[in-house]
Each structure stands twice: as C-alpha cells, then as structure tokens.
Ligand binder design. Structure first.
Ligand code: PAF
Length: 283
C-alpha cells in the first residue's frame, strides 16, 4: 500500500494509474476506521481497479466547542485495516497541506445545508463540501463512496457533484450496524458501557417508526412523536432533532406521500450520534 502526505505526490500516483487505463475509487474518511468504512472500501474495490482512501480530520467542519481536538485517532490501527483490505493508496495530509495560511475560498451550501445537522452545526457542511471538493480535485476519482448514516452529507455531496460538475459518480452505501442495531460511528468510542446501552434507544425508536409506516401510518407528525416518545424514555438521551423530511429536498413533510428520510440526532453523554432510515427503503 502506497502512503502519501503531499498533494503533488498523490496526484502523481493517480496520474500514473490513469495513464495505465485504471479506474479510481475514492473513500474519504476522518480515520478511526470501523466496519462501516470497510464496507465502503470493499464496494469501491468491486467497482474500480484502484482504491484510494484519505484520512484527514478536517478542522473546518468542526464548530467552536465541538470535538475536533478529541476526535478519536489511531493511525497505526487504520493503516493495518487498510493494508488488510488491499487499499492501493492512503493519503494522510496535514492540516497545513490542505489549508495554507492564504486559503480564502470555500464551498457555500444553500438550502440543503440549513436543516437537520446543518441547523445545529452552522458551517459544518461548508467545511465538509470544501474538503470533499479539494479531495475530488486532488484525486479526480471516477467514483467516491459515502455512507447513508450521514444521510444529509450524502445528499449535499451528490448535489455538489451535480452543481459543480465534478464528473464523479457518488455511490451511496448502506448503514452498517452492530448486531444489536447501533449504527457504527467513530464517535461510539466516546460512550461508556452504560451510555452504549442507552444509545440503543436510537435504533429502537427508528424501528418503531418504521413499523408504524409499514402498518400504514402516513402522518409525519405521528412518526416524529413515536420516535421522540421512545427516546425521551431514556434518561441519558438528549434529543438534538427528530425529523421526517422529503428525501430529496430535506424539507419537513406533513404527509408521507413521497420518499422520506426519518432522521435523528441524539446526545448520549459526550457523543452526538445520528441515525436515520429512508422510507420506502430503496428510495
Ligand atoms: O464523513 C466523514 O468522515 C467526513 O465528513 C468526510 C466526508 C471524510 C469529510 O471530512
């Protein structure tokens, strides 16, 4: 596995692949890799001849008081996961490599970025889109892989790829869960044993909502109440939001008469966890 930390060297490796006619799949990550990331890498391996992964905890997508400093990091472990997965290239830039002192241009996200997580984390998607745009420009991949757990991020990146004509296919990959239902997230590492148990209220509340939908409930307000009602039973859980939104515009809906995304953000101890499902499932 080739490891780079400079943009120029990374471009050189990808250029060489291209000259040899290889397709390139990119999996952007912030490291502390888990099975969710591994599922993206495996999907990229199926679709492409070369697979590249970036590891970069992107400072500009964290707001003041958020967990940039404490975000979990374990580079040695990440490297062994990546080499076991036969990744061809891992790019691990420093913040200085990605953002020079004279960095003044950012990607501005309009309507999709001001709801759900965007409403609670101002500037977050501007930071995400800016770094992803930079990674797209560095790698020029054929395809890039993102998980459905970060549903709003995925929707915004798809829109960005279209609006800014990146010519990159964005591949949506399903949420990977622990056997007990908790969605995999690097932030699960913040949870104590007690908090980890409490966090199960999140998938439980979403499955109650999914059951109600499957049994014919079409009132989005009722679905929100089912989810919030279940989460509120857990004393360690504090709701950030519970929303049922149009799956494309991410605007709240009243009736469920089109594909929707039911999404939650919940604080459990030090961890802000997100989870969601789409209804119908394959929309
Ligand atoms: O989902 C993530 O890990 C990050 O938001 C991403 C897409 C790598 C950008 O920093």
């Amino acid at each position: 596995m080739r490891r780079t930390d400079s943009i120029e060297e990374t471009r050189g490796v990808v250029r060489y692949w291209r000259e040899h006619g290889h397709s390139v799949g990119l999996v952007p990550t912030m490291g502390f890799l888990h099975e969710g990331h591994v599922s993206l890498i495996r999907r990229a391996r199926v679709d492409n001849e070369k697979v590249a992964v970036s590891i970069f905890v992107n400072p500009i997508q964290f707001g003041p008081g958020e967990d940039y400093e404490s975000y979990p990091r374990d580079l040695e472990r990440d490297l062994s996961v990546l080499s076991e997965e036969n990744v061809d290239l891992v790019f691990i830039p420093s913040p200085e490599q990605m953002y020079s002192k004279e960095h003044f241009v950012y990607v501005d996200v309009e309507s999709l970025g001001d709801v759900l997580c965007g409403a609670q984390r101002p500037g977050h998607f501007r930071g995400v889109c800016t770094v992803v745009a930079k990674l797209f420009n560095i790698f020029r991949p054929d395809r890039a892989y993102f998980g459905q757990k970060d549903a709003q991020q995925l929707t915004i990146i798809m829109q960005m790829a279209r609006d800014l004509n990146f010519g990159v296919e964005i591949v949506r990959c399903p949420i990977v869960r622990e056997p007990d239902g908790l969605a995999l997230s690097s932030r699960n590492a913040y949870l104590s044993e007690k908090e980890r148990k409490a966090a199960l209220v999140i998938p439980r509340s979403l499955s109650l909502a999914r059951n109600a939908l499957e049994n014919g409930e079409r009132d989005a307000g009722r679905i929100r109440i089912i989810i919030a009602g279940e989460i509120e039973k857990e004393p360690l859980a504090c709701i950030g939001y519970v929303e049922v939104v149009d799956a494309s515009s991410l605007r709240p809906v009243e009736r469920i008469d089109r594909p929707v995304l039911a999404a939650v953000a919940v604080k459990i101890g030090p961890a802000r966890l997100i989870d969601n499902f789409m209804y119908p499932e394959d929309s």
